[in-house]
Design a protein around this ligand. Structure first.
Ligand code: URA
Length: 218
């Protein structure tokens, strides 16, 4: 079963959270990235997020062609700068991520950059599980359209979404996990790398894992 298959109408997970089935159906009906982006921007499935957000942050895909990318990065949720710009990872964490991608020989412009949530949570609080489940339909359809060879998850929220609630980053990072036919490489979030400083474990691990991603993509 594909990743999107789990969020498709009829799947057990989406039926437990009000609104998730509707998102999964709307996402599934989108045939192209522009169509998906336009539909996501109208989403009001999470009333608190829809009321609080400045903009919906759909995600970045490589410009000038079909929305395909060999590498997809999945973070947590937009912050203040992303909400203002309407684009993912443009703040401090994004600048660190860009630098570490470049150092690993990866070009951000060729990657898809996505998040678990498409709206900024109030006060930058962590996404609630039901919000992540609702927004999952948009993420799954994004990945179906982008067809990445490798998904690098940034931080625990994204790792949990793909690998399940019981994971710890220390246990799963730096290795490829196959989930429903998709290769997932979990690593630390760039915000953790900033928080623990340049000599901290998250920064070294993030840099190492992005180098591994580059190697895996050849
Ligand atoms: N942190 C995230 O997880 N995503 C963004 O887009 C920005 C910061």
């Amino acid at each position: 079963m594909s990743l999107a298959g789990r969020g498709r109408p009829g799947g057990p997970r989406v039926r437990l959270v009000p609104g998730a089935l509707e998102v999964a159906e709307a996402a599934h009906a989108c045939r192209t990235w522009p169509e998906l982006a336009a539909t996501v921007r109208r989403c009001t499935a999470c009333p608190e997020l829809a009321a609080y957000r400045g903009q919906v942050v759909v995600g970045d895909v490589p410009a000038g062609g079909p929305a395909r990318a060999r590498l997809a990065l999945v973070g947590e949720a937009p912050g203040a700068e992303e909400d203002a710009a309407g684009r993912p990872f443009v703040g401090r964490a994004g600048r660190l991520l860009d630098g570490l991608l470049a150092a690993a020989g990866l070009d951000r412009a060729e990657a898809a950059v996505l998040n678990v949530l498409r709206c900024r949570p109030p006060g930058n609080r962590p996404p609630r599980p039901e919000e992540a489940t609702r927004c999952r339909g948009w993420l799954d359809r994004s990945l179906e359209l982008v067809q990445p060879e490798l998904v690098v998850t940034l931080g625990l929220t994204a790792a949990v979404l793909f690998l399940g609630r019981r994971v710890t980053l220390a246990a799963v990072r730096g290795a490829v996990h196959e989930v429903d036919g998709q290769r997932i490489l979990p690593t630390y979030h760039p915000s953790a790398a900033i928080r623990f400083g340049p000599d901290g474990v998250p920064r070294a691990a993030l840099a190492e894992d992005l180098r591994l991603a580059a190697t895996l993509l050849g």
